[in-house]
Design a protein around this ligand. Structure first.
Ligand SMILES: *Cc1c(COP(=O)(O)O)cnc(C)c1O
Length: 416
């Protein structure tokens, strides 16, 4: 027997995140363990089919086939999506500064350069006006180099895709949605972004990528899903996620004809997801709406508690998947900055996080592109005020009340 490990989950503390794992998830993993096939196979094919069906349901707007490709992370998926768009060395790809480094690093994987875009005033999503301004400047400085934009639906709140798709069309660049936070972000048909193909975030442009990382809205521990309605791109992504081989491993081992034969058509990647994880994904997919309504209940409690006092409630709107609760402090009314408030809240046993430290401040990007804070005032302002509070289905009433008490008491100690 391997040595037992200490459970990293400390019951006396309220963790920032905790996955919701039930009997179905346990049974799914056992089913795969007992099947004799652990890597990409029938569970993954079923996960992809069921994921596509989920996004197609209620979608009267676009009945064309939706291709879903499961991968071992959203980072891998974003890399494959950019590759399928033909992004190459020297190209420019626009990304929000208010995101996780994965969104920008995949641009560098391909030798292309990331160009950062500021957030909406008072918000976290990419500002379409800032996108337009940046593209106009690039058109003068390096005409024809901008090739794609990757908006992030921050916290699961869909970006203004009508505006972003329109600008992208005008500048002839491709759109890849980083939908890591936004499963499921559903815009009912009367509120769907006109000009977009689908009603779900991730299906509102050419390509979308979801994350199933441990803290995300549904999880496989690690994992991701690329979705597109472009058949050729789907085919390219399928090949590139498994070493550039034109035939899936599962089909090679289960086909009776010439099972040894395959052809390498590109130097691809090893980005496939094992069936052990896809089984988890299928169980989580079945819970996606329930998990969302559990997060909505928690948000209602937070909103009520923080509607008064030195707080700014998270921006919201139709289709918000409520992945994060980024509470901002009116720091101008407080005798403490965010760092101090965050530290004291954590010392009280409440797990928090910050989404995100803007990428333009990170040593790598700041140095490589000589970036300045004054070009990203809105992202910086939100960053300097925000902490993300715990928001996971399964939080008890006493846990959420404890979070509220700790945050309010901490702020009140510094109220002038
Ligand atoms: C988590 C995250 C990713 C990366 O997801 P992985 O599945 O961990 O690779 C990408 N973009 C954003 C905005 C994220 O929050």
């Amino acid at each position: 027997m391997p040595r037992p490990l200490k459970n990293p989950f400390m019951p006396e503390k309220i963790p920032y995140a905790r996955p919701f794992i039930g009997k179905e998830e346990e049974e799914g993993v056992l089913r795969v363990l007992r099947s004799g096939w652990l890597t990409t196979g029938p569970e993954t094919l079923a996960f992809e089919e069921e994921f596509a069906a989920f996004l197609q349901k209620n979608n009267q707007k676009n009945a064309s086939p939706l291709y879903c490709m499961a991968v071992n992370s959203a980072t891998s998926g974003l890399h494959l999506a950019l590759e399928a768009c033909g992004i190459k060395a020297g190209d420019l790809v626009l990304v929000p500064t208010m995101t996780f480094t994965a969104t920008a690093e995949v641009v560098r994987y391909l030798g292309a350069e990331a160009v950062f875009v500021d957030s909406l005033p008072g918000g976290f999503n990419m500002d379409p006006q800032a996108l337009e301004r940046t593209l106009e400047e690039l058109e003068k400085e390096s005409p024809g180099k901008a090739q794609a934009v990757m908006p992030v639906h921050y916290g699961g709140l869909p970006c203004d895709m009508e505006a972003i798709n329109g600008i992208a069309q005008r500048f002839k660049i491709q759109v890849i949605e980083d939908a890591a936070h936004s499963f499921p972000s559903f815009l009912p048909s009367d509120k769907g972004a006109p000009g977009s193909s689908g009603l779900f975030a991730g299906d509102m442009s050419k390509l979308g990528v979801f994350s199933f990382y441990a803290t995300k809205t549904i999880t496989t521990g690690e994992g991701g899903m690329v979705v597109t309605r472009d058949k050729e791109m789907a085919e390219r992504i399928r090949i590139m996620r498994s070493h550039g081989i034109d035939r899936s491993v599962f089909h090679r081992y289960t086909d009776t004809r010439a099972s040894w034969f395959y052809q390498v058509v590109e130097p691809g990647f090893k980005y496939n997801i094992p069936d052990l994880l896809s089984a988890l994904g299928r169980a989580q997919l079945n819970r996606a709406w329930d998990l969302l309504s559990a997060r909505e209940d928690l948000v209602r409690r937070y909103d009520e508690a923080f509607s008064e006092g030195p707080f700014i409630l998270p921006p919201t709107g139709p289709g918000d998947a409520r992945h994060l609760y980024p509470l901002r402090f009116k720091t101008e009314e407080l005798k403490a900055d965010r760092a101090l408030l965050a530290q004291e809240i954590q010392e009280e046993g409440v797990g928090i996080s910050v989404h995100f430290i803007p990428l333009h401040t990170m040593p790598y990007y700041k140095t490589r592109y000589s970036l300045n804070d004054h070009d990203f005032p809105h992202a910086l302002d939100s960053f300097n005020r925000a902490i993300s509070l715990p928001l996971w289905p399964g939080m008890t009433v006493s846990q959420i009340e404890r979070v509220i008490t700790v945050v309010k008491e901490t702020a009140s100690r510094y109220t002038s």
